[in-house]
Every structure is written in C-alpha cells, then in structure tokens.
Design a binder for this molecule. Structure first.
Ligand code: DHB
Ligand code: FE
Length: 284
C-alpha cells in the first residue's frame, strides 16, 4: 500500500465505501433466495474452492492471507466494487444468454436511478469547465424487427475525464454526467456530453491490494453506461466503449464485447466528436 495517499487516492477510497452504502440503501428489501438454491449454488461454489486448494496445494500461510484479505474487503467497504469487477460479467452473460436484441454488459456499482430528465435531446448536467472532448451521442431505440419505440427511456451515466463518478466520489456536483432521455416519436434520442477517459478502479484498498499482489493492472477502458427500457420490453443494461481506446483487450472487469465499440468521428464544425448507436429491445 502507498504510505502517502494523494488527493486522488483519498477520493477513490471514498468511492468504494460510498458504493457499499449505496448498495445497502437500494437493496433494503433484502432479496430472498430459495433454500434449495442456496444449498445447490453455495455448495457448488465451496466445492469449486476446495478443488482450487487441492489443485494448487494451498498452504496455511496462503489460507491466512485469504482470511486477512477478506476481512479487509469488508472493512474498506469494497464488496460491491470487488464483485462488480471480478464476478458480475459472468452473471450478466448467464442471465442474458438467450435474450435477443442489443448486447448487454455489467451495471457496475455506480448506477443511480432518477437522473435528471432531458427529453429526447439534451446536455448531461456538467460543470462550467467540465474537462474533456465534447461528445454527441445519439441513436434510435427499436424492437427486434426495427420498429421505432417512441417513449423508450435511455439512462446514461459515466465517469468524468479523470475517472470519477458523481454521487460516489466527493467534490462533484450531484448528477454530474448523469441523465435520463426519452425517445421521440421516431424512437431517437441525442445526448450531448464529454467523452470519458479510461478509468482506474479504486485501487488503494483491498481490491487494489489483490491487483498489485497478482501483478495485474486496475484499468477499465473508457466507457459510457446505459440502461434502455420500454414498457413490454426487456430492459438492457450495457456499456459502450471507444474504438482504439486503451485497455479494450485487458479490461479488469472483463466487460467489453466487440458489439459494444463506438467509432466517433470529428464533428464538421470542429467542436468535438459524434457517434450513433442503435438499440434493439427484445419483448418481455
Ligand atoms: C467498477 C467501476 C465501473 O465504472 C464499472 O463500469 C464496473 C466496475 C468497479 O469499480 O467495481
Ligand atoms: Fe463504469
């Protein structure tokens, strides 16, 4: 661990703990899982772990290191962070394996519902001097036969140019770079925002300790997060990435897919870049 926390590290640490608080808040209902499923799935998970221990001749020192580390993940408030980075992508793949329509990806720990409503076209809330390259990002929402879905709801959220999410990292205005769009009569929406930069998951806590100990890196490629929903259709939770961007092939969260890569082009007036992406929703 670093002895001297930079201002950026301190912000990252707070981000992890806030993700835990937020998750606990939103999951107050407490999902109930059928005891038979608990027995089946927890039993299989433990067996997989037992097999790893046997296969790799795990020692008592290593077992104790695991215990210390698991304790620290909780103390640092990093369970949502850790699970969303290293586990959620397989849940997403499994849950959506038979869904038609546009590809999904992980939600991650930083979604907040009810971001400001911006109509069919609008600018995400941002600071006066929001850093980065202006990005016009639009598209059409259709069903799987190409019929436009007016009134579809598009929620868009992303990190700022240095990789921080509003509502989680301190010091950012509420709702910064978060908004809700409603597709117009033609099924279209248009978002004006800033192109995000590659994002380093908070790496000054337990998750970072694992990443450093294993010699991995903590980066995710630059990405936009989206949820697209319409009544009678299955909601898509996804992420979009940028062609040629760093870490597309080595995302720490394993959440990229070839279908999710945007290729923005410079705008004619030189004021930034633009790109479109169309979403097809499958019936519920
Ligand atoms: C995490 C952060 C993200 O922005 C994301 O898209 C996925 C995971 C994380 O820190 O866990
Ligand atoms: Fe993200």
């Amino acid at each position: 661990m670093t002895d001297q926390l930079t201002e950026k590290d301190a912000k990252a640490a707070e981000t992890g703990a806030n993700a835990t608080r937020y998750f606990q808040e939103k999951s107050k209902s407490g999902a109930q899982v059928d005891p038979e499923r608990v027995s089946t799935v927890a039993g299989a998970a433990l067996k997989a772990l037992h097999d790893v221990i046997r296969e790799h001749d795990v020692t008592y020192d290593e077992y104790d290191a695991l215990k210390s580390w698991l304790i620290r993940v909780g103390e640092d408030g990093e369970w949502p962070l850790f699970l969303d980075v290293f586990v959620e992508h397989v849940v997403e793949e499994t849950v959506n394996k038979e869904r038609d329509g546009s590809k999904g990806s992980i939600e991650g720990p930083f979604y907040v519902p009810n971001a400001p409503q911006l109509g069919a076209e609008g600018t995400l809330p941002m600071r006066d001097e929001e850093p980065g390259t202006p990005l016009d990002f639009g598209g059409t929402i259709t069903d799987c036969d190409g019929k436009a879905l007016p009134g579809a709801v598009i929620e868009l959220w992303h990190a700022d140019d240095v990789g921080f999410y509003s509502q989680f990292a301190p010091g950012l205005p509420e709702w910064n770079l978060r908004g809700t769009f409603t597709a117009g009569d033609d099924g279209r929406f248009m978002a004006h925002t800033m192109q995000p930069a590659p994002y380093q998951i908070p790496h000054d806590g337990a998750t970072g300790q694992l990443i450093a100990a294993a010699g991995w890196h903590a980066w995710r490629p630059a990405h936009l997060h989206l949820k697209v929903a319409a009544p009678g259709y299955q909601t898509i939770t996804t992420q979009l990435y940028f062609e040629g961007g760093e870490y597309l092939d080595s995302d720490i969260a394993s959440a990229t897919k070839p279908e999710l890569i945007l290729a923005p082009t410079p705008k004619a007036d030189g004021s930034g870049v633009e790109v479109t992406y169309d979403f097809a929703l499958a019936q519920a």
